[in-house]
Structure formats: C-alpha cells, structure tokens
Design a protein around this ligand. Structure first.
Ligand code: FNR
Length: 341
C-alpha cells in the first residue's frame, strides 16, 4: 500500500481501529465545529508565491527553545498510544528520534516516561503536564522527567474539565486502561490559575510552554508571567466548541508577543502547505496530534516516520514552489523575508 498523504493514514486508521478507539481519537466537543474549522481555516488562507529566487538548496532546519530540529513539525501530546499500536509511545519516541524532531510526551502516556526515554535516548522531548489536585504528584513527575532529560514542560491549560465528546458518551468509552497503565485519572485541578504557573516555575529549572492559548490577552499575560513559549491550540477542537480555529488565533498572538517568546501552533495541520501557512503567519514550529496516531495505527514506529517524512517532503516542496528557500528565526511573511546576501 502506497501512502501518499496524511489522509491515507486517516482512512487506514478508521478502517482498522475499533469503532470506540477511532471515535475517541477523532472526536471533537459537542458539534465538532471547532475541530472541523481547524482544517477549513487553513484552506481559506492563500499564499503569495514569489518566483525566480533560486530554491535549489532549500533548507527546512530550524530551532525550538535553542535546539535544532530537522524541520518545523513536532508531535503534539496525545493520550494512550497503546490503543493504536501495541508498543505505544515507545514507537512514537523512536520515530521522532529518527526524524530528529520534537516529541511532546503526554501525561496520559501508556508507556512510562522512563521507557520512552530509554527507547530513544537521543530523542528531543518535552513533557506535557496537567496540574493535579495533588500537587505533590505533579511535582514528582516534574522531577522524574527532569532527570530523564526532557527539555521543557508543556503546561496544558485548556482542560479544567473534559469537553463533551458525544461519541465517547454513546460508546461509553472509558479510559479503563488508566489504572492498568498507572496513569492517575480524574484528578485534574479546575482551580488552576496563573499562580500555579509561578508554583511550577518555583519547582523546576526547565522552560515552561503554555499550551491552549487562543487570545492576545492571554498571550500578553503569558509573556508577563515569564514563560518561555506558547502553543496556540484549542486541543484539536475537543474542549470548547465554538472557539476559534487555532490558525485564525495565531496572528493576534504573534503580534502581541513581538518575538519575546516562541509561538507554536497545533490543530488541523495535514499538509506541507498548512505548515508553510502557519510559519508565514509567525509560528516558529507546528505540532500534529491525530496524524501521528494514524501513523501508529498503520505501522507503529514506521508509520509515524512515514507521516513525518511525507509532511517534511511536502513542506520542502511548498517552500520551493512559494519561493521560500530557507528558515530564518521567527519566520515572517514571505514577501517581507530578508534575503541572504
Ligand atoms: C489530544 N490532545 C492532548 N493534549 C494534551 O495536552 N494532552 C493530552 O493528553 C492530549 N490528548 C489528546 C488525545 C487525542 C486523541 C487527541 C486527538 C488530542 C490535544 C493535542 O495535543 C493537540 O492539541 C491536537 O490533537 C491538535 O490537533 P490535530 O493535529 O489533532 O488536528
């Protein structure tokens, strides 16, 4: 079977996963307006291609938080990879190590953070954190990932409560595996606020990246509170239905942040030209959620590698066809990019 684009992996996953598992990965909140708009919003954006710019040596490398990665697409944190592939997150970690990009490991991983680190010792990883009611539990996990060489903490802030996902209710989908995998469940703290960001800063030396910001007001607060990055995200449309598509929220956030911290985006990225659009609007890097899970469902590590490779190749081609030929720091709109002498 030749996989040509990310949608091929989606179709494969839909055919081969159990209905309940497929629905869990696919679901959005309520009417799924925001989930669907995440994709449609990219299709509304048009590029202004430049020509005759010698794109023979295009280069996709960039840096995130000071570390070089081979292209500006990382893996967003998603829960329970063992439901898609028996090796779970170990396979994801190996694939991202092989492609030399960033893997944000979810709090709700089905492999332990130790197993993940051991499987891909040279992989570049961040750890996604939820703040538990029991702060000691959160503190313990922070210290575990620090020791294991995870390079940043991604604090997800858009889940004070879990969004209402209709099919999961219909299917009576329960992450019954939570106990089995030792993942603490239902203990997220809906009272978290900016003071908890200070608390987190007080217990770690790692950079803190806030995931789930959609407005310039919150972006301004994030900068004022001294965090190192923002992931513009609506959780793949699984939380507040009716919220903005993440790519539509990106420009005002980039405008407000003014390059003081790095801004990333996730949600709805399915092609190389989506990546290019996000970068042209000021994202330093993008992250993919569901497509990585589809890759896992297809062929584990190899499947995730293929997903990443296809996006990388498509992105390189889009860069060349649009007259982009290099990555330079915080990418600007292509017509404003300074040329190399
Ligand atoms: C997620 N997401 C998520 N985010 C997070 O911070 N911690 C988590 O454990 C999870 N788990 C999770 C499970 C599944 C099945 C999905 C689809 C999503 C959200 C994820 O990080 C990301 O924001 C979105 O998936 C991005 O949208 P796309 O790429 O799936 O369209």
């Amino acid at each position: 079977m030749t996989m040509v684009c990310l949608t091929d992996f989606e179709e494969y996953a839909k055919e081969h996963l159990s209905k309940a598992t497929w629905d869990y990965y696919a679901s959005g909140a309520d009417e799924c307006c925001t989930r669907d708009d995440n994709l449609l919003a990219y299709k509304r954006i048009r590029l202004r291609p430049r020509i005759l710019r010698d794109v023979s040596a295009s280069n996709t490398r960039t840096t995130v938080q000071g570390t070089e990665i081979s292209f500006p697409v990382g893996i967003a944190p998603t829960a329970f990879h063992c439901l898609a592939w028996h090796e779970g997150e170990v396979a994801t970690a190996r694939a991202t190590e092989a492609l030399n990009t960033c893997y944000i490991t979810s709090t709700y991983s089905t492999c332990s953070v130790e197993e993940i680190a051991a499987a891909a010792p040279n992989g570049y990883r961040w750890f996604q954190l939820y703040v538990y009611r029991d702060r000691k539990l959160s503190e313990q996990i922070v210290h575990r990932v620090e020791v294991l060489g995870y390079k940043a903490l991604v604090l997800t802030v858009d889940v004070p409560y879990t969004g209402k996902r209709r099919n999961d209710i219909r299917n009576q989908f329960k992450l019954k595996s939570t106990d089995e995998y030792g993942v603490p469940a239902n203990t997220l703290d809906p009272s978290i606020s900016w003071k908890d960001v200070h608390w987190l800063q007080s217990i770690t030396h790692l950079p803190i990246i806030i995931k789930g910001i959609l407005t310039k007001e919150d972006a301004k607060l994030a900068v004022e509170h001294g965090v190192q990055g923002i992931i513009v995200s609506n959780h793949g449309g699984r939380q507040l239905d009716g919220g903005l598509a993440s790519i539509d929220a990106l420009p005002e956030i980039v405008d407000t942040v003014q390059g003081r911290i790095e801004v990333y985006v996730d949600g709805g990225i399915r092609t190389g030209s989506d990546v290019l659009k996000a970068l042209a609007l000021g994202a330093k890097c993008v992250f993919i959620g569901r497509p990585a899970v589809w890759g896992l469902a297809y062929k584990g590590e190899e499947g995730v590698r293929e997903v990443l490779q296809i996006l990388s190749d498509e992105f390189r081609l889009s860069m060349a066809l649009s007259g982009e030929f290099e990555m330079s720091g915080q990418v600007t709109k292509n017509e404003q990019r300074p040329r190399k002498p």
